[in-house]
Design a protein around this ligand. Structure first.
Ligand code: ADP
Length: 492
């Protein structure tokens, strides 16, 4: 076995501690997959106010209590607590950073009470980045690599290369920065930069200055030793297409040789109809008819008539422009004329809440809406639906289309990013789903109609279902690629 690496995996969300989207699932499963290859990957994340210490088995670490660092001239007090993420035969050490100053309130990026972004998100994640670095000496465990994820961790590479550059314990630690979504950039007024204590050279175009603002993401991209993103296709799109590059194309092109696209994997001990504890009826490849029992139960719950022969389309998503809800909005009247049922689970922008509530009323006999974040319902929808709809404008990787394949739920997706890398047109050899190219409601409707037509042909449909269920998107291959990345960065 190749030499294992010590890696500190820094992330703002980790399932089951905190979750708004795919980053939480990846932060849970990738470290475990890497550990099963002989690495020592430990995770660190904030301990947000809503976390239940007892339920999540979070414990104190005596020597990591009542620590403090300087943030913007003030003492910020914090403790590090310990927990473990467990799989069947895998586990990963989890450190949770507790701070009454920054992470006491309930909510991850938004305050759960006000439903608005925390007004001090700049300082919350500045504090997080700095604390992560400063605890390393106290921890007496030195990572070869700090693996940063998304803008919330973007200041770490720059800190290591500036204010800690003369610290012999820290200055040879390498950094990898993974982009899970380039559109979320952590852009703040220039005054936020003054709180970092970094030299002015960081607030330049070659550092974090981005259209007159201080960008945590751009800082990460410019200072990390290596960069990765979560699919091959997205890694190309963000460099070559302005719509995807979000103003960072030049930065990314400048770092082309340091960027790697690595597709996210799936944890099949969690997302797998054979073992899924959150669904009413578990089923294997040979027992697909049991899937219909899940469908029956879900539809009954929402008082929608069950008919095995009328397809159910599922949607589970953050309700934001990225996910194609403006297209869904445009096709709803036409779609509702078809022989089809639809269930949508999501939470996000108010305009989409309003839209969903409106259509729920209007089409209550064939459409169900659940506004909220509900892990159990997400699993049930995957198991119950015949088709899964994901018409994203852009999609760095996307996990739900891969979950869907495993549950025999045929994906209908836009041909972009990670969706392109995982879904093959049903007419092609090894086809597993339905794709449309242009971000256009008519093209989306055409793709759905093709699926509705094929659904009627039981033989062909079952073949498609089984093709998807037989695929393997586990971490096996991708975790090896991360090890290659760690190896490259360590020899830099
Ligand atoms: P993104 O990270 O852009 O939100 P992904 O497809 O990568 O999209 O991952 C989404 C993850 O979040 C999946 O695990 C999905 O089941 C989950 N998810 C999204 N919205 C909800 C919701 N409202 N309730 C429960 N789970 C959700």
């Amino acid at each position: 076995m190749a030499k294992g690496f010590n890696v500190l995996f820094v992330t703002s969300e980790v399932f089951p501690y905190s979750k708004t989207g795919g980053l939480a699932d990846v932060s849970n499963s990738l470290p475990q997959a890497l550990n099963s290859l002989g690495n020592d990957v430990r995770i660190i994340s904030p301990k947000y106010g809503q976390l239940d210490e007892r339920r999540l088995q979070i414990h104190e670490i005596k020597r990591l209590k009542e620590l403090k660092i300087d943030v913007n001239g003030k003492d910020a007090k914090f403790s590090i607590k310990s927990s473990f993420i467990h799989g069947k035969n895998t586990k990963a050490q989890m450190y949770l950073l507790e701070s009454n100053d920054y992470f006491k309130n309930k909510g991850i990026y938004q305050n759960s009470k006000t439903k608005k972004d925390f007004s001090n998100n700049d300082e919350r994640y500045l504090f997080f980045c700095k604390a992560v670095i400063e605890i390393l000496e106290i921890l007496q465990w030195k990572p070869d690599v700090i693996h940063c994820n998304d803008w919330q961790t973007g200041l770490i590479p720059a800190f290591i290369k500036t204010i800690y550059k003369n610290n012999p314990y820290l200055n040879d630690i390498k950094t990898v920065f993974t982009i899970h979504n380039l559109a979320y950039q952590g852009n703040f007024p220039k005054t936020s930069f003054e709180k970092t204590g970094m030299p002015d050279s960081v607030l330049t175009e070659k550092g974090g200055l981005h259209f007159g603002q201080f960008s945590y993401l751009k800082t990460g991209l410019n200072y990390a030793d290596k960069i990765s993103t979560v699919s091959q296709k997205y890694s190309e799109e963000i460099r070559t297409n302005k719509e995807y590059g979000c103003g960072l194309e030049d930065v990314l092109n400048g770092r082309k040789k340091d960027i790697m696209g690595i597709l996210n994997g799936i944890d099949y001990s969690i997302w797998n109809p054979t073992v899924d504890k959150l669904i009413p009826y578990r089923y294997t490849y040979q027992e697909v008819p049991l899937k219909y029992e899940n469908k029956r139960e879900l539809l009954e719950k929402y008082k929608i008539e069950y008919d095995e022969d009328i397809p159910l389309i599922g949607v589970i998503s953050r309700l934001v422009d990225q996910k194609g809800f403006d297209l869904i909005e445009k096709i709803i009247p036409q779609l509702m004329k078809e022989d089809v049922k639809l269930i949508i689970l999501g939470i996000g922008e108010e305009k989409y809440h309003k839209f969903l509530k409106k259509i729920e009323k209007k089409y209550s006999s064939k459409l169900a809406v659940h506004i909220g974040f509900d892990e159990e319902l997400a699993h049930h929808i995957e198991a119950a639906s015949d088709m899964f709809l994901m018409p994203s404008k852009y999609e760095p990787c996307g996990l739900n289309q891969m979950y869907s394949l495993k549950y025999g739920t045929v994906p209908i997706v836009r041909n972009t990013g990670g969706l392109s890398d995982t879904i093959i047109d049903y007419r092609k050899p090894k086809g597993n789903g339905f794709l449309f190219d242009k971000y256009d409601p008519n093209d989306l409707m055409k793709a759905i109609k093709s699926a509705l037509v094929l659904f009627k042909d039981k033989n062909k449909w079952n073949k498609l279902v089984r093709e998807g269920m037989s695929l393997d998107f586990s971490w096996k291959v991708s975790a090896q690629k991360y090890m290659k990345l760690y190896k490259e960065v360590s020899s830099k």
